[in-house]
Write a protein that binds this ligand. Structure first.
Ligand SMILES: NC(=O)c1ccc[n+]([C@@H]2O[C@H](COP(=O)([O-])OP(=O)(O)OC[C@H]3O[C@@H](n4cnc5c(N)ncnc54)[C@H](O)[C@@H]3O)[C@@H](O)[C@H]2O)c1
Ligand SMILES: O=C(O)[C@H](O)COP(=O)(O)O
Length: 530
């Protein structure tokens, strides 16, 4: 089988490729070069990007076999997440990988604009020993205004408290008490602007925050303020900042991010009181390794068709790790439901009983739908597109929880009525320390077989010698039978269910042949998960 292709579109830590492992073909392109990106995407199952690759609707459409976009970093403003969701493409990022590095760069920029370090360095290397020209200010005792008290803003708060700064914060969306625990006082935007000697920006770029430090805000700042932006370009209006720096209302600025990147030409670059870096917030070995390894792991999971907790466009909230094997079971049972039904029901009921019923089960419901649709949908079913595909096929799902499971500690049952009126049901559980998947009911027949590979089922009239006849029929059809079970109880149509565990799945023609030989009314199989 061909290896899945992972396309690396930007410079990533070598640890990324190591974490992907040998089972992928790795290809490279230059994501910032549109032609290179669009030419490489059609062959890729996954693409790994940083902030310079625009994964918009056009690029996502070009990735005809794309299943996952891995953003080796935090910001997703270069990824059209809704377009990815429509295309069934999972988007994963590494939201905490580089926050310490970004906070540390912020500290560096705050020190640089306080003490003119880069300017003094450049002057001295240019042969000038000028000490008075670069006299700065102390941070200690001054007021730092933090705009956005999320992950990075909070790390900056802790670090700058150690410098003896007074902390103010503006962030209407953090819980009460968070700022106080960091030693910061929460204030409105006006007070933040009017009272801060230093202002540092840690907001996401949203319609609300774009230009938030524009003409009006820069008119209200404390004269002589120093501003640092290591969040996103465009949050500080570059033209207005330039004007305020020229006037001296803003004494200095440290800027890591620009409205348009790469940015190699800006009026800001002409000003002595500006320190700039080329989007270096995440530019450390540690951050790159963390980001690369995190997305590599998520990509491996996503390409294996498993649930990825870090997926940004699967809205299931936190999924308890204890539930993972149950998701796999539900998906497997969904596949068996479709193999048994040969059609989709209009309405599907997923009943979860016993101990696992206390968990949040939206992911398990989705895993079931994924398993049910996978055998019948071309192009792959993922946790991302399963709800949309179900809707398109008119498949409604009802989740029933809390039912007692008397025979098993926990049980998952899937049932639905087909358009022809036939009721189909399948139930399974996990047993033993290693959580082996077991089928415990099929079409109302009580069975107990491992949900292994190569299962085959037959419905046959209840006659003596059936088990011997079934064994012989399967052997003649070329099957290596590992075990045979007869399920007499539960069915109400006079047939018994023969469940055969085979060493390898049988081809459909061989299954039919075996069914005819044993006098079964029908036979069907469950193939190995791909
Ligand atoms: N320079 C870099 O290389 C680099 C590296 C990492 C992250 N970043 C950027 O840094 C920024 C912060 O990242 P984070 O991980 O701390 O994000 P975060 O989501 O943890 O924090 C953002 C905070 O902003 C607040 N916020 C949102 N809208 C607001 C508004 N209108 N007014 C006030 N507060 C508002 C939110 O409540 C949140 O607490 C992001 O823009 C991210 O893309 C840059
Ligand atoms: O959003 C991020 O993670 C940072 O801005 C870093 O972006 P980068 O991966 O392009 O350096």
């Amino acid at each position: 089988m061909d290896k899945a292709v992972v396309l690396i579109a930007e410079e990533l830590s070598p640890a990324t490729v190591d974490a992907l492992g040998p089972e992928f073909e790795i290809r490279y392109c230059t994501g910032a070069d549109r032609a290179s990106l669009l030419a490489a995407l059609p062959g890729a199952d996954a693409v790994l990007v940083r902030s310079a690759t625009r994964m918009d609707a056009e690029a996502i459409a070009a990735g005809t076999r794309l299943k996952v976009i891995g953003r080796a970093g935090v910001g997703l403003d270069n990824v059209d997440v809704p377009a990815a969701s429509r295309a069934g493409v999972m988007v994963v990022n590494a939201p905490t990988s580089n926050v310490v590095s970004a906070a540390e760069l912020t500290v560096g920029l705050l020190l640089a604009v306080a003490r003119n370090i880069p300017q003094a360095d450049a002057a001295l290397k240019g042969g000038q020993w000028q000490r008075g020209r670069f006299t700065g200010v102390e941070l200690s005792g001054r007021t730092l205004g933090i705009l956005g008290l999320g992950r990075i803003g909070s790390l900056v708060a802790r670090r700058m408290a150690a410098f003896g700064m007074r902390l103010l914060a503006h962030d209407p969306y953090v819980p009460a008490g968070h700022a106080e625990r960091l030693g910061a006082r929460v204030v409105g935007l006006d007070e933040l602007l009017e009272s801060s000697d230093f202002l540092t920006v840690h907001l996401p770029r949203t319609p609300e925050t774009t230009g938030i430090l524009g003409f009006d805000a820069l008119q209200r700042v404390k004269p002589g303020v120093r501003i640092v932006n290591a969040a996103r370009g465009g949050i500080v209006d570059e033209a207005e900042l330039y004007a305020a720096l020229k006037e001296g209302r803003v004494a200095a600025a440290g800027i890591d991010v620009f409205a348009t990147e790469p940015c190699t030409d800006s009026p800001l670059f002409e000003l002595d009181n500006v320190v700039v870096t080329p989007h270096l917030g995440a530019g450390t070995a540690e951050a790159q390794e963390r980001a690369g390894v995190a997305v590599a792991r998520s990509v491996r999971e996503a390409l294996a068709g498993r649930f990825v907790p870090e997926a940004c466009n699967v809205r299931l909230g936190e999924v308890d790790a204890e539930l993972d094997p149950w998701l796999a079971l539900a998906e497997r049972l969904g596949g068996l439901f479709t193999a048994t039904a040969g059609a989709l029901p209009g309405r599907l009921r997923v009943t979860v009983g016993g101990e696992i019923a206390r968990h949040e089960l939206a992911a398990l419901e989705l895993a079931t739908v994924k398993g049910i649709l996978a055998p019948v949908v071309e192009g792959g079913v993922t946790y991302v597109n399963a709800p949309l595909l179900a809707q398109e096929r008119g498949l409604d799902t009802e989740l029933v929880t809390g039912a007692e499971s008397t025979a098993h500690r926990s049980l998952v049952r899937i049932e639905g009525t087909l358009p022809g009126g036939e009721h189909v049901s399948v139930s399974g559980t996990l047993t033993g320390h290693r959580g082996g998947e077991r089928l415990v009911e099929l079409l109302g027949h009580d069975v107990d077989v491992p949900l292994g590979d190569g299962l085959a089922f037959f419905l046959a009239p209840d006659e003596s010698g059936l088990i011997a006849g079934a064994g012989e029929a399967l052997a003649r059809a070329g099957a290596a039978v590992e075990s045979l079970r007869l399920a007499r109880t539960g069915g109400d149509d006079g047939t018994v269910l023969v469940a055969a565990a085979l060493a390898a799945p049988l081809e459909p023609a061989a299954l039919d042949d075996a069914a005819v030989r044993m006098g079964a009314v029908r036979g069907w199989g469950l193939e190995r998960r791909r």
